[in-house]
Write a protein that binds this ligand. Sequence first.
Ligand SMILES: NC(=O)c1ccc[n+]([C@@H]2O[C@H](COP(=O)([O-])OP(=O)(O)OC[C@H]3O[C@@H](n4cnc5c(N)ncnc54)[C@H](OP(=O)(O)O)[C@@H]3O)[C@@H](O)[C@H]2O)c1
Length: 253
Amino acid sequence: MSVLDTFRLDDRVAVVTGASSGLGVAFARALAEAGADVVLAARRVDRLEQTAELVRATGRRAVTVETDIAEPEQAQHMVDAAVEQLGKVDILINNAGIGTAVPATKETPDQFRRVIDINLNGSYWAAQAAARVMQPGSSILNISSVLGLTTAGLPQAAYAASKAGIIGLTRDLAQQWGARKGIRVNALAPGFFRTEMTDEYQPGYLDAMKSRIVLGRTGDPAEIAATAVWLVSGAAAYVTGQTIAVDGGLTIN
Ligand SMILES: NC(=O)c1ccc[n+]([C@@H]2O[C@H](COP(=O)([O-])OP(=O)(O)OC[C@H]3O[C@@H](n4cnc5c(N)ncnc54)[C@H](OP(=O)(O)O)[C@@H]3O)[C@@H](O)[C@H]2O)c1
């Protein structure tokens, strides 16, 4: 097998949460291009159908599952639907997330809890459900953020805590499930990619951030999707427990 063949995901079944917009769409499309069938989960089913069309255009199968990942039973239902309709789960990308920026002295308990519930707890519910059915050689990829590693000038205690929590979750699940279950667990820490989440920023914020980005620009979702394909493929068979920043060099500044 050539080195490029080890990146292929032929006949693998991948579940992508948050596949209705932004990076999740890019992950789903790239996984399908690499050969995987893809289960697409999020709350907006109409938008999932659009992603499903992109997957089917590559010749792969797509299944959409309306899911609020903050609810453990809905995370379980997502995995059950994958097994019922596509037979198994080889890959999980825990990508669903919300971003907020609220000054700490003003943030309400409900605001803080909502971010943790979706970003951190939701990743755990999905990983638990997936790991119960995954066979050796499977892989989980959690989407953290550079905000799990550093700050970026906004009041983001909830978001930063959720994303730093994902890095700890990744490390622990990797050690629990490595030798015992043959499941690799890694995380990506994206820098800035223009999506609906970054549309929420004040005008000028992203431009101001560019001075901290070594490559001097925001990323294209296809650039992080390529790293995701590598990490969930056999090409990364000896990589587990790691958090890899795909950030144009932001975290070295
Ligand atoms: N864009 C960036 O620069 C950047 C940087 C660092 C990290 N990230 C991370 O990358 C991931 C994707 O973000 P994005 O930039 O692509 O933002 P986005 O376009 O806003 O996408 C977020 C996705 O998460 C889904 N989602 C939100 N709450 C959910 C819930 N309760 N249950 C299920 N799905 C839910 C949304 O779908 P529905 O609304 O349809 O449910 C949507 O598909 C997030 O985890 C984010 O924190 C992004």
